[in-house]
Design a binder for this molecule. Structure first.
Ligand code: ADE
Length: 423
């Protein structure tokens, strides 16, 4: 048993034994990360590196933290969302693995922000961010610490959108690895992870039957594709809404009904937002919805549903079940909000299953190693991990699944590298 972490802010340290069992359960589905952990324990590529990870505090993140620690990192963990922390996991990280954690499920926004600043007091050299809050605070408030930074990594589409906006205003003066841009991240985590865990969140919160429901998926990026695909698999009649014409055609050709949100508002039984944008379901849409319509969000921030606007047209609110709240409109109709409009997959369920987080967090672990190895050599700005790393992660995953694939023959290699063969 590791020495208990010297400092932390968690809900209940007595939950540690239960958390440890759950972390070990997730580890069974994370073979790629385990291989990296074993190598890191031998090579210690992060020896003494001060690191802050702002992630959802889940069993999968705990396995990432174990890997970083095995590599020698001096890591501090904070939550990347007030509602996504698994308290027993936070307890186990502190008591069983000796890793300082600042995260409590249901923490208020002031506590969340305080934890971000405590993490920055650790004077990180590497920041693993999920959503961009730590990097944004660093840039806004801790310019004096930027010279410490080897680089940062970003887990989500939303975080990268934010970082690209920061870059456009000249604020990114250090290297950032866009983990979300790795194929072994977004093609799997965003699609299959969000797809399954979002439906899991809706079902755990409501215990509703999905078959026969009209499910409106707002946004058809990788996450929206996953949610729409899984909702259809459970028997829902799925409508997609989009602003991007290419994605809209894709949704049509994938066999979904596509229409404007104004029209979908009248038809939907369950609305799931996955756009990364603000107020994509707004007051005029709530007003058109059926009595008892369910609305939830699986995008990173809790602003996709205009809940302030919903409150203003409501006469009362009451909780019905954990993560299920009824807003009674002045007209008498009710709208049901899941997980306070925060990520429903992490608020009401456990987030993406370990098997996809295995690849996402392999990317995170290898990105930190890459930043340490290349410190001082990378240009400021947003980088991808080299393609070989992506291919290596995919190969290791296949190997762990016991799946063999073919290799190019010399004849094929010659063909694809030449231009002379034609008609
Ligand atoms: N993001 C989505 N699912 C997650 C999980 N299980 N752990 C950490 N971050 C996540």
């Amino acid at each position: 048993m590791a020495k208990i972490a010297p400092h932390y802010d968690i809900a209940n340290i007595d939950l540690a034994p239960a958390g440890k069992t759950r972390i070990e359960w997730a580890a069974r589905e994370m073979p790629v990360l385990r291989l990296i952990e074993e190598r890191f324990a031998q090579e210690r590529p992060l020896d003494g590196v001060r690191l802050v990870a702002c992630c959802h505090i889940t069993t999968e993140t705990a396995n990432l933290a174990r890997t970083l620690k095995a590599g020698g990192a001096d890591a501090v963990l904070i939550a990347s969302n007030p509602l996504s922390t698994q308290d027993e996991v936070a307890a186990a990280l502190v008591a069983e693995y000796g890793i300082p954690v600042y995260a409590r499920k249901g923490e208020d926004v002031a506590t969340y922000n305080r934890h971000v600043r405590i993490a920055l007091d650790h004077r990180p050299q590497i920041i693993i961010d999920d959503g961009g809050d730590v990097v944004a605070t660093l840039v806004k408030e801790r310019q004096d610490q930027i010279s410490d930074i080897y680089g940062t990594t970003e887990e989500t589409t939303t975080g990268l959108q934010r970082l690209r906006a920061m870059k456009n205003s000249g604020k990114i003066t250090f290297p950032v690895i866009a983990v979300n841009d790795a194929q072994t991240k977004h093609l799997f985590d965003n699609r299959y992870g969000t797809g399954q865990s979002t439906l899991d969140g809706v079902v755990r919160a409501t215990n509703y039957l999905i078959a026969g429901k009209v499910v409106v998926v707002v946004g058809y990026g990788w996450c929206g594709k996953g949610v729409a695909m899984r909702a259809r698999g459970m028997g829902a009649n799925v409508i997609v809404t989009e602003v991007n014409p290419i994605k809209a055609i894709e949704a049509v050709m994938d066999g979904f009904r596509v229409m404007q949100i104004d029209k979908a508002a009248e038809e939907g039984d369950i609305f799931i937002t996955v756009t990364g944008n603000r107020h994509v379901v707004d007051v005029q849409h709530f007003l058109k919805m059926k009595d008892g319509a369910i609305v939830c969000n699986s995008g990173h921030f809790d602003l996709e549903l205009n809940l302030k606007g919903l409150s203003e047209i409501s006469s009362s609110r009451r909780p019905l079940r954990p993560f299920v709240e009824e807003y009674r409109l002045k007209s008498g109709k009710s709208i049901i909000v899941l997980g306070e409009g925060r990520l429903v997959n992490l608020a009401a369920a456990e987030g993406h299953p370990a098997s996809v987080m295995d690849m996402s967090f392999a990317n995170q672990a290898l990105s930190t190693e890459y930043l340490v190895k290349n410190r001082g050599k990378l240009e400021p700005g947003i980088h991808k991990l080299p393609q070989e790393v992506d291919l290596e992660i995919a190969s290791l995953k296949l190997q762990a699944m016991g799946i063999k694939i073919d290799t190019l023959t010399p004849e094929m290699l010659e063909y694809i590298n030449s231009w002379e063969h034609g008609t």
